[in-house]
Design a protein around this ligand. Structure first.
Ligand code: FMN
Length: 208
């Protein structure tokens, strides 16, 4: 039987920009589940982070299903808050355009539709930035279109865009102080029930 108290869902995309710092915050939180994009899974080892190491410390959901089965948990009150950090240009653009064809863009869309607050730390916030490549820090120049999508996402109801990991940490701490106190009655079904519904031909839950 799962711990059925509402939890925090933390999405990680394929970005090296403050990846380790973002993960440090996520792993320090109680009741926090990690959702990885396919690109995130690829780049984690480039930054010295092992998937197995993460699985030892948190529940990890991978992007392995066409319908993003794990985000069905939002229909049953499993998550009180979503954080997406770091968020790539790609995922931010999808979110801004209302696309939901990946695990993290579905996390964003389903949180929005179920009115769960979203905190997003975007990679592209300034026209000139320092970012961490696997071997070194490098200068990048986000394009006007990248900045435009970051701005548009920040204008959506229920979405807060953060411009630094420090601001992200403060926002998450403040949110956790007021996040709804869970009661068992808030949650109608447990994860195993949902996964059972999600199984079928070509199914699977994305959890490892
Ligand atoms: C080492 C490495 C670091 C990357 N860092 C970034 C980044 O900081 N920001 C970004 O927008 N894309 C970055 N990318 C590119 C994304 O991983 C790529 O656009 C991917 O398609 C994003 O998919 P996702 O949004 O589903 O995670 C990086 C790629 C590599 C290989």
């Amino acid at each position: 039987m799962q711990d059925v108290k509402p939890r925090l869902a933390w999405g990680i995309t394929g970005s090296g920009h403050f990846l380790k710092e973002s993960l440090d915050i996520a792993l320090s939180l109680p009741h926090c589940d990690l959702f990885l994009s396919r690109a995130a899974e690829e780049i984690l080892p480039m930054y010295g982070i092992s998937l197995n190491g993460l699985k030892d410390r948190a529940r990890v959901y991978r992007d392995t299903t066409a319908s993003s089965v794990p985000v069905g948990l939002f229909y049953y009150g499993h998550y009180h808050t979503v954080v997406i950090a770091p968020a790539t240009s790609n995922t931010v653009a999808k979110c801004a355009l209302g696309l939901s064809d990946s695990l993290i863009s579905n996390l964003f869309a389903q949180a929005g539709k179920t009115r769960v607050p979203i905190y997003l730390y975007a990679c592209d916030t300034e026209p000139e930035m320092d970012t961490e490549a696997p071997k070194d820090w490098v200068k990048v120049y986000p394009r006007p279109i990248d900045l435009e999508y970051t701005r548009r996402v920040g204008e959506m109801d229920g979405v807060t865009v953060l411009h630094s990991v420090e601001a992200l940490q403060i926002a998450v701490e403040q949110r956790l102080r007021v996040a709804p106190t869970p009661t068992l009655g808030d949650v109608h079904r447990d994860l195993d029930t949902l996964i059972g519904e999600g199984r079928g031909e070509g199914g699977g839950d994305g959890r490892r």
